[in-house]
Design a protein around this ligand. Structure first.
Ligand code: EPZ
Length: 440
């Protein structure tokens, strides 16, 4: 895997040198920001490429630490990868093992999604449990139960998930699967597993996120028979083999939402492209509700014209509800909105790590259970803060853009996982941001 992309290794605390973003706040932004390919599509499409015995090409693949990590997982399975600019050639013609390496899977939850492709392609998979992270326990019971419904024998021993197709013939069998929760990952794992199963699989209460539909479109481009992706019922009719394709990944709706908030929180008119507006319906609706004007400009550009920030309430929900991956960023915006707001995080059990850091910057936020009560304040003040997860770090960068004075956002290994060249894109819009090293 070409590792020329900047990889910020996770630094342990203590006297080791760390990277941080130094941000000087209250500078207006202007211009257009280019949106990268969707991280959460690229990661799962890389897992989907394991289904194909011929080389495939993915385009619009963002340069992110997580993409590099997923590439290392695939290479450990025998896949050959070649980066060519924003394209990634994936040759899974000769897989050498069905065992995904513990040290890599434990660093990247999304790599667990290879389990569906491995079982479908090889008849067996040995994938370490991804384990929890800052935002929650992140169980995989829905993935496991779905694979069992498809005819795999699944057991968990010493932190490894062993999945093997029962009996001879080595094929999964189509089944009707109801997901207790519309899990994005479980929907994607089971859709991939079902593409090569015998017969028809129906996934009910499926996740409807755009990244699920993107995976389905990629698999269909390889010859899979899938319909209904993007709705709560997905039907897959197994095929014996997939074939090569050249596929372009959708733009990242969460990066788009993050930059829309950057415009709103700094009172700046900016434009963003490429964008698929319908992927952002709940975010655009809430931005309009709190006073921003959002204009769609042909063919794929959004423009935000900010207004006086008003309070509102947010509840994160599975798509098409308000995305949990935008909760931290939007809370930052509401911390400066006139009036009282309530933010309810219903998807993950521990996704409020940004709150104490926002409070250190002068925000008035109190957590009660899954709800955060926010009283808008006129101004945030710059301070040294640390991101606890990817979106919390993004929220703190947004806070720094709006705050009075200088903010130092530590924990960049989180940020580099999910945002391609964030500081470069912000600088291009006129922000005063620089990446610095030190041992804070
Ligand atoms: C995907 O994670 C995304 N990651 C997450 O983005 C995103 O926040 C999440 O979907 C929700 O939209 C990738 O696509 C790589 P889930 P995933 O399974 O698939 C519970 C980011 O910031 N659950 O929909 O892991 C789970 O505990 C990341 O880009 C089970 O109980 O999310 C959670 O409460 C963060 N059992 C809820 O479902 C299971 O087997 C939603 O999880 C699986 C999930």
């Amino acid at each position: 895997m070409d590792t020329s992309l900047s990889q910020t290794k996770a630094k342990s605390s203590g006297d080791e040198v760390q990277e941080a973003l130094r941000i000087w706040g209250r500078r207006p932004l202007s211009g257009n920001v280019r949106i990268s390919g969707a991280k959460n599509s690229a990661l799962v499409l890389m897992a989907g490429a394991l289904l194909c015995p011929e080389q495939c090409r993915l385009r619009n693949v963002p340069a992110l630490a997580d993409i590099n990590r997923m590439g290392q997982v695939l290479e450990a399975l025998g896949v050959k990868l070649q980066r060519r600019g924003d394209a990634l050639d994936i040759d899974a013609s000769t897989l050498t093992t069905s065992k995904a390496p513990y040290e890599l899977v434990s660093q990247l939850r999304a790599s667990f999604f290879v389990i569906g492709s491995l079982v479908a392609r090889l008849g067996s998979a040995r994938v370490p449990l991804p384990g929890g992270c800052a935002i929650g326990a992140r169980p995989v019971d829905l993935h496991v139960r779905g694979l069992q419904a498809l005819g795999a024998e699944v057991r968990i021993e010493h932190g490894i998930v062993y999945a093997d197709i029962k009996g001879s013939g080595g094929k999964l069998k189509g089944a009707k699967i109801y997901l207790d929760y519309p899990s994005v990952g479980a929907t994607e794992t089971l859709m991939m597993a079902a593409t090569l199963a015998e017969g028809e699989t129906i996934i009910e209460n499926a996740a409807q996120e755009p990244e699920v539909a993107d995976l389905a479109n990629f698999c269909r481009a390889m010859g899979a028979k899938i319909r209904g992706a993007g709705t709560n019922t997905i039907i897959i009719v197994g095929v014996p083999r997939l074939h090569t394709t050249d596929y372009s990944i959708i733009p990242d709706r969460i990066e788009t939402g993050t930059f829309l908030v950057a415009g709103a929180i700094t009172g700046s008119e900016i434009s963003l492209s490429p964008v698929i507006p319908e992927h952002l319906t709940p975010v655009i609706a809430k931005l309009r509700e709190i006073g921003s004007e959002i204009i769609f400009e042909e063919p794929n550009r959004l423009r935000i014209i900010p207004g006086e920030l008003q309070a509102t309430d947010i509840a994160t929900l599975p798509y098409p509800g308000f995305p949990t991956d935008m909760q931290a960023q939007f809370m930052t915006l509401l911390s400066l909105s006139e009036g009282n707001s309530v933010v309810s995080e219903t998807v993950f059990e521990n996704r409020m790590g940004h709150v104490p850091e926002l409070v250190r910057m002068g925000a008035d936020v109190r957590i009660k259970g899954e709800n955060a009560i926010i009283r808008g304040v006129p101004m945030l003040s710059g301070a040294p803060v640390s991101g606890t997860d990817l979106r919390a770090s993004a929220a703190l960068v947004l806070a720094g853009l709006a705050a009075d004075g200088e903010t130092l956002v530590k924990g960049l290994h989180h940020l580099d996982r999910g945002y391609e060249n964030l500081e470069g894109k912000l600088r291009k819009l006129g922000a005063k941001v620089e990446r610095v090293t030190g041992n804070w």
